[in-house]
Design a protein around this ligand. Structure first.
Ligand SMILES: *Cc1c(COP(=O)(O)O)cnc(C)c1O
Length: 519
């Protein structure tokens, strides 16, 4: 832009004298503009909530179809609210899949609390940065408060603390990094893992894969996670754990931590926490509990006793975005002594200076974990707890488990279905077994093929949705209920769909001759 010239100069060297930039307000939407756009989005949200139950769980379209529909060119000029909202409507109602659908029972994916979604909007609106206390005073105090409340629920002592991460993967990673740093026996943060003995973690054969990846990211290598055999009900065998630790010590490997699962992803099994705590105490190891799935069940009166021993943990990872139903994403890492988190993550960047006493500032979460700038993930969890209250949460979590047990009973009662293992927490594993199938070795191979195909057919069908578990080499369908919209009729519907598609597939495989099923 041209300088206005001598008139300004004559008045003195004010900013204009240097050609101060004119305001650029295009991105600076005022409240009425914000309101107009948000109202459109809220209408869409309302429509979504009204129609969710009648939508298919998924539309089952190909990646190419989806890409073509959603990956627009970035426009040079504003798209316009109407066109943009119409586009968002398409994305939401035509091109999405719905973990919050009453008939979604796959993996472990929470349904997404309604108040949590509103909280996310406000968290984004204010846009505090929880890397530093001064940038997010109320948000930091809320996050710390929520974490302390959960620590108390788990029975951890007052010094316990922690923070929010993106989910269970990162929450476990943070806890395992603290374990490594505390138990390696040398300054592993600065000297690295190669400066000492090889290190090892111990988890059961049913341990979630994120712990292998954590060991990989920690420089220990995925194989450093020893897989301990399980009992028939998929819980870690403590005798085998002791043996593995002994064997490693004899070989010059330094045992660091035992990772107990409190709710395995396949069957919801809970490792014997008290016994593992005892082993850790005797062996001087870190006792970590991966409660990513099961953790929130501590709020349900009938399920809480299953977690006895978790109060002895050195660290716990759990996922509000699973069984606390809060919107993705948000997981929590809690460490028995919060100071350990600073010992593992503190850094001192030159460009962050605070006179803490003068500023009266609190804890900077950016030096308690791997992230520096951080969003306000805790708000959706906090608002959900405030909006629903502890009792309703406990009841609904307990209800999910009751629905899973109901499903187990239904499976048992059907002539065309078979339960894999007794239901634990809110997971039911089952398979379709054609009533005309004879028992035998070949029958097992056939059932695997049949149920593999069946799982895909159920997912593509879209009326309901489940995933799978492979247990002792057998392929099972698996339903996990962490969904406050699911009720008994939805459970029945999944079984009916599976039976219908199973019978059809069985017929097809027989006529294709791909079945090789026993005559
Ligand atoms: C889901 C899960 C994880 C991984 O958590 P994300 O939130 O998906 O990152 C780890 N461990 C267990 C037991 C889980 O159920």
């Amino acid at each position: 832009m041209a300088m206005e010239g001598s008139a300004h100069e004559a008045e003195g060297a004010g900013p204009a004298a240097f050609g101060s930039p004119e305001p650029v307000a295009d991105l600076n939407w005022k409240s009425d503009r914000a309101r107009r756009f948000a109202d459109g989005a809220l209408d869409l949200w309302q429509e979504f909530l009204d129609r969710l139950a009648e939508l298919p769980v998924t539309h089952g379209r190909s990646d190419e179809q989806v890409r073509e529909a959603v990956a627009l060119e970035v426009p040079e000029e504003p798209m316009g609210d109407e066109a943009l909202l119409a586009y968002l409507r398409e994305v939401v109602l035509e091109w999405s899949m719905y973990p919050g659908h009453p008939r979604f029972m796959a993996y472990i994916s929470g349904s997404g609390t309604v108040p949590g979604a509103v909280a996310d909007l406000l968290a984004a609106a204010v846009n505090m940065n929880l890397g530093a206390w001064r940038l997010a005073p109320s948000a930091t105090e809320i996050e710390l408060h929520v974490i302390r409340w959960f620590a108390e629920q788990f029975g951890l002592p007052e010094e316990a603390g922690g923070l929010f991460l993106s989910g269970g993967a990162m929450a476990n990673f943070v806890c395992l990094k603290v374990a490594r740093d505390q138990k390696a026996g040398w300054d592993v943060r600065n000297e690295g893992v190669s400066a000492g003995q090889p290190l090892a973690f111990y988890g059961s054969e049913e341990l979630h894969v994120v712990s292998d990846r954590a060991a990989d990211m920690l420089g220990m290598g995925g194989k450093a996670v020893r897989k301990i055999p399980v009992t028939q009900d998929f819980r870690m065998r403590v005798d085998a754990l002791r043996e593995a630790i002994r064997g490693d010590r004899a070989r010059g490997v330094r045992p660091v931590a035992v990772i107990a699962s409190a709710g395995t992803v396949a069957t919801g099994a809970i490792d014997p926490l008290e016994e593992i705590a005892e082993v850790c105490k005797q062996e001087g190891l870190w006792f970590h509990v991966d409660a990513a799935y099961g953790g929130p069940a501590i709020l349900a009166d009938d399920l809480r006793p299953l977690f006895r021993g978790i109060e002895r943990a050195d660290s716990v990872a759990f996922d509000p975005h699973k069984w606390l139903y809060t919107p993705h994403s948000g997981g929590c890492a809690i460490v028995r002594d919060a100071v350990r988190l600073f010992e593992s993550f503190a850094v001192a960047p030159s460009y962050v200076y605070t006179d803490r006493q003068r500023a009266l500032s609190g804890v900077d979460l950016g030096v308690m974990g791997p992230q520096f700038s951080r969003g306000f993930q805790a708000l959706k969890v906090w608002v959900s707890l405030l909006a629903h209250g502890r009792r309703a949460y406990g009841q609904r979590i307990s209800h999910d488990a009751a629905l899973a047990r109901y499903m187990g009973d239904r499976v048992d009662a059907r002539p065309d279905m078979e339960l894999a293992v007794p239901v634990s927490l809110s997971i039911c594993c089952f398979r379709y077994r054609p009533p005309d199938l004879e028992k035998g070795v070949d029958a097992e191979a056939y059932l695997n093929r049949l149920n593999e195909r069946l799982m895909m057919e159920v997912q593509l069908d879209g009326r309901s949705y489940c995933s799978n578990a492979i247990l002792n080499g057998h392929f099972y369908l698996r339903a996990c209920i962490v969904n406050f919209r699911t009720e008994a009729e939805d459970v029945d519907a999944l079984l009916d769909v599976a039976a219908e598609l199973g019978a059809r597939l069985h017929g097809e495989m027989r006529s294709e001759g791909t079945g090789e099923q026993p005559a």
